[in-house]
Design a binder for this molecule. Structure first.
Ligand code: PLP
Length: 394
């Protein structure tokens, strides 16, 4: 069977190989005094709070399970709009909010609406691997621009200028980022958007970790800068609803009918049950729980990152959001007598029963030096992980 070029262009998701090996090892060591600790997982260890669970059960029980409008139920679009206003002080009218099957569907819709075959999209290296694959699935070309710690592993306006070509259509940023947990400084973001706009391009920004911010100077939505910016968001991370498959896309007014047409044809709508359940995310009780959990994520970061640094697993930029630590493992790998983050991750898996993610998936520049730790695990698990790393790194 002849496989389409566009499918062949999608690189393998190496993290799955690591996850498979980790699952095999986990079965082997399950009944020992050191069962596997999984710090390779990019999703919260919390589940949806009680009111959300009850709302989902109610929707199922009452038979509220028919298709919804392609743009989503109006009440949910209104509640998200109100959240932007109360939490971030930004006016985002509900009519510009499109409910999607997770950020993944939002990214697909945005890429299909904007990218022509051969168009280039600038992205930071490292970045979340699927984002460059959404671009290539739309027949565009993701141009990964190597970043440094000095720029918080994010693109700078200067790099946008330097890498812009006649084929460039825009930038796809993520703030805070996966795998680094670092955000773009607001002044830099404004400068980047100016560069992009001056060239007639589009600024797309993946804000899926927007709610999970631990630093006052970041944690603001890019939507406050300009209503021409396209923002991708989700109920997966801050709202702890990964498997519910619910997210949203904010687009300029002119793009709403275009995205609506695409969404009608490609998805019909996002999950009806998940949409009705998500209304309860914005109740005061749920919000208070989400904020407690955000404080817990911050406490985990505050413990874990300095502990990694003390072990020589240097995290060059303190993450200001999300739940990741992007650590240079060069020194630690040398200690274990291995080279590169891929072998280091397997060595740690086999010697410490600790699953972590090697940098390979996230780009090509310095990723063989870096590993990603997820801190979306309980504090006792993170403490145990540090204890095990201490033991093998001496
Ligand atoms: C930066 C980023 N964007 C998008 C996604 C996809 O999220 P969703 O579950 O909303 O499809 C993820 C998931 O890990 C992510 O880290």
């Amino acid at each position: 069977m002849k496989i389409a070029q566009r499918a062949q262009r999608i690189e393998p998701f190496y993290v799955m190989e690591v996850a498979k090996a980790a699952a095999e090892r986990a079965a082997l060591v399950a009944h020992t005094d050191a069962p596997m600790i999984f710090l390779n997982i990019g999703e919260p260890d919390f589940t949806a709070p009680p009111l959300v669970q009850e709302a989902a059960a109610r929707a199922v029980h009452d038979g509220v399970t028919q298709y919804t409008p392609a743009l989503g139920i109006p009440e949910l679009r209104e509640r998200i709009s109100a959240w932007y206003s109360t939490r971030f002080g930004v006016n985002v009218p509900a009519r510009r909010i499109v409910i999607t099957a997770g950020a993944s569907a939002a990214l697909q819709l945005a890429c299909l609406a904007l990218i022509e075959a051969g168009d280039e999209v600038l992205m930071p290296d490292p970045s979340y691997p699927c984002n460059r694959h959404f671009v290539s699935a739309a027949e565009g070309r993701a141009v990964l621009v190597p970043t440094t710690a000095a720029e918080r592993f994010q693109l700078s306006a200067e790099q946008v200028r330097a890498n812009w070509t006649a084929q460039t259509r825009g930038v796809l940023l993520a703030s805070p980022s996966n795998p680094t947990g670092t955000s773009i400084h607001p002044d830099e973001l404004r400068a980047i958007h100016n560069e992009v706009s001056q060239r007639g391009g589009t600024t797309l920004i993946d804000e899926i970790y927007l709610g999970l911010s631990y630093d006052e100077q970041f944690g603001q939505s890019a939507l406050g800068l300009d209503d021409q910016i396209i923002s991708i968001n989700s109920f997966s991370k801050y709202f702890n609803m990964t498997g519910w498959r619910l997210g949203w896309l904010v687009v300029p007014d002119a793009l709403v009918p275009v995205v609506e047409r695409l969404a009608q044809n490609l998805f019909i709508c996002a999950s009806t049950v998940a949409q009705h359940a998500a209304l309860a995310c914005f109740e005061a009780e749920s919000m208070a729980e989400y904020e407690r959990r955000r404080a817990e994520f911050k406490a985990r970061r505050d413990y874990f990152v300095p502990a990694l640094n003390a072990l020589g697993l240097n995290v060059p930029v303190m993450p200001d959001g999300a739940f990741y630590a992007w650590a240079d493992c060069t020194q630690a790998a040398n200690k274990l007598g291995v080279k590169g983050s891929w072998d280091f991750a397997f060595e740690v898996m086999n010697k410490a029963n600790l699953a972590i993610t090697p940098g390979r998936d996230f780009g090509h520049a310095n990723t063989s030096r870096f590993v990603r730790f997820s801190t979306a695990r309980s504090l006792p698990e993170l403490q145990a992980a540090i204890g095990r790393l201490q033991k093998i790194l001496g």
